[in-house]
Ligand binder design. Structure first.
Ligand code: KIV
Length: 317
């Protein structure tokens, strides 16, 4: 049985996986384990899981295990996602919409991304977690030149990111190569690219019909430039399946892109059902039937790894 199937369902059990603490957390006195504001344990045993790295992600892919990714924007949710077994935490610029109340991601600044990346990295470090942290380069922080992208990526890497993400294809290829050659792992993002929502005319499916050829060409060029991951957002399932086959060195991570990608990502607030509006078709509320955020995130990991989420008949085009 794969390790992920045996992941414990709650954080206190999770803490007992690694080199055992002197006593299980559940039996420690209130004075020894209480932390204020309901956040994180003050220390935890060194996890027996290996830190996630690019070689580890390649291993997962080679053995046909799906890669799981969720967004997180603060220390506590990041630590919980890590404890649930989520391999990659994306500090997405979606935080502009879910944390800052902006109408789109266009208004997010690099300083805001730095602050949230640092918070997430601290949360993961605080519980000696293993997640791979991806910092999203915001609108205006990489479009000018590869040199500007390098300066912005440096800010996020120094805040604790292991990789940066940037949106778009074509002109971004040169920037991706420039960053990768300088030792910065890059995740690309094609399909619905929210920073260009105004140019795209709304949150619509991309890569249909004739547009598929362009998307295919851009994806191949991004892999050649060294992108190690590629988010495919709102792309027809058949196209993302084909791209996944064509991109052995660049792991496709789908969101509204069907089940046949190398991995999946969702915005945390969406998958926890924290949404007063109508959820997009590709979202499942993983809080349904669960009594904690940790169980909901564990259910997400289980559903992605077992192939029950996404369901192409419900969550894809
Ligand atoms: O910013 C974000 O959260 C993202 C995901 C939707 C992939 O880019």
């Amino acid at each position: 049985m794969c390790g992920w199937l045996t992941r414990p369902a709650n954080l206190s059990e999770q803490r007992t996986w690694g080199a055992a603490p002197s006593k299980p957390l559940s039996t420690m006195t209130a004075a020894s384990n209480a932390t204020p504001y309901g956040t994180l344990p003050p220390a935890s045993p060194v996890a027996d899981r290996k830190p996630i790295s690019l070689p580890r992600l390649n291993e997962l892919r080679l053995r046909g295990e799906k890669i799981t990714m969720l967004t997180a924007y603060d220390a506590t949710f990041a630590a919980v996602a890590d404890a649930a077994g989520v391999e990659c935490i994306l500090v997405g610029d979606s935080l502009g919409m879910v944390c800052q109340g902006l109408p789109s991601t266009v208004g997010v600044s690099l300083e805001t991304m730095r602050y949230h990346t640092e918070s997430v990295a601290r949360g993961v470090q605080r519980v000696q977690g293993t997640a791979w942290i991806i910092g999203d380069l915001p609108f205006g922080a990489y479009q000018e030149s590869p040199e500007q992208a390098l300066r912005s990526a440096t800010v996020l890497m120094q805040a604790g990111a292991h990789m940066v993400k940037l949106e778009g294809g074509g002109w971004t290829t040169e920037t991706v190569r420039f960053l990768v050659e300088r030792g910065i792992p890059v995740c690309a993002h094609l399909g619905l690219t929210p920073q260009t929502v105004h140019a795209l005319g709304g949150y619509r499916v991309q890569g249909r019909g004739d547009a598929a050829a362009k998307l295919r060409q851009e994806a191949l060029a991004l892999q050649d430039a060294g992108a190690a991951m590629l988010v495919l957002e709102m792309v027809p399932a058949s196209l993302s399946a084909e791209l996944t086959e064509a991109l052995p060195r660049c792991h496709t991570i789908g969101i509204g892109a069907g089940k046949d990608t190398a991995g999946q990502v969702l915005v945390m607030h969406d998958m926890l059902g924290i949404n007063l509006g109508k959820n997009p078709k590709f979202v499942r509320n993983f809080m349904t039937g669960q009594d904690s955020v940790l169980s909901a995130m564990s259910a997400y990991v289980h559903a992605v790894k077992s192939g029950s989420f996404p369901d192409n008949s419900l969550h894809a085009w």
